[in-house]
Design a protein around this ligand. Structure first.
Ligand SMILES: Nc1ncnc2c1ncn2[C@@H]1O[C@H](COP(=O)(O)OP(=O)(O)O)[C@@H](O)[C@H]1O
Ligand SMILES: [Mg+2]
Length: 250
């Protein structure tokens, strides 16, 4: 596996949009013709199967797991291995084994980018991933709110301590624009993403606005909600590909 193409989407807190960003970024990269695997490593709080509305389970062949296909990406989640919505009651070491399992016992084939949806915080799973994939790169998601920024900074510090490259910061839920308006309302404060990027000495990759689902159904795929969102994610995907190609050359 090419570690330089493993991108972990991380943050300090839950609820800031890691899973949403991971899913939409994976789809945007796939739209560029890249082969993308999306791995839900939020062992206790898995949400990717629900976001993508995947009900099928992976098949196995010679004790190896074949990941589930969704549009043009391949997906693996703890949620595929549980019974319905039963909670996972493992302790840390068992959950840690899952990290190895998802990489070593799944037949991924040739993949350009592994997008990893991380659990919140700086706990065991994050450490296991750091150990397993020492060259993994990280995207840190925050909302503009100062609390989220403060906590995300710790996730950034952990990335630095474990010598992971931080690709940049994504500010999610940046502002809200009502229908038929161009006004931007900063519901959770302003410029938290800029602050975090500056503090971590990295760049702000994107600002993603708050979107109201057209269907009133949650969760939803932002990339299909509006042209603005599609453009933001495609620009982000292009930027990342450029950045990673550059890393590959040097
Ligand atoms: N830009 C956004 N606009 C509106 N709702 C969002 C946005 N990003 C995420 N959400 C919603 O916020 C909630 C938390 O997002 P999620 O991706 O599950 O966060 P995390 O993985 O960090 O816990 C979900 O209900 C999701 O649909
Ligand atoms: Mg999540």
């Amino acid at each position: 596996m090419l570690n330089k193409n493993v991108i972990a989407v991380t943050s300090g807190k839950g609820g800031v949009g890691k899973s949403t960003v991971a899913v939409n970024l994976a789809l945007a990269l796939a739209n560029l013709g890249k082969k993308v695997a999306l791995i839900d490593l939020d062992v206790y709080g898995f949400s990717i199967p629900k976001i993508l509305n995947i009900t099928s389970k992976p098949k196995t062949i010679n004790n190896k797991i074949i990941p589930v296909g969704y549009e043009n990406i391949t997906v693996m989640s703890m949620g595929f291995l549980t019974n319905g919505n039963d909670p996972i009651v493992w302790r840390g070491p068992m959950a840690g084994k899952m990290v190895n399992h998802f990489f070593d016992e799944v037949i991924w084939g040739k993949i350009d980018y592994f997008i990893i949806d991380m659990p919140p915080g700086t706990g065991d799973i994050a450490l296991d991933l750091h150990n397993k994939l020492p060259h993994c790169q990280e995207i840190i998601v925050t909302t503009p709110h100062s609390n989220a920024v403060h906590v995300a900074e710790r996730a950034g510090s952990m990335a630095k301590e474990t010598k992971h490259t931080i690709l940049g910061v994504i500010e999610n839920m940046s502002y809200f624009t009502p229908p038929f308006s161009t006004e931007q309302y900063y519901l959770f404060g302003k410029d938290g993403g800029e602050t975090l990027a500056a503090n971590l000495n990295t760049e702000l990759l994107a600002k993603i606005p708050i979107v109201c689902s057209q269907t009133n159904e949650e969760p939803f795929l932002l990339i299909s909600e509006s042209e603005t969102l599609t453009n933001i994610y495609q620009t982000l995907a292009n930027k990342l590909v450029e950045k990673l190609d550059f890393v590959e050359q040097v």
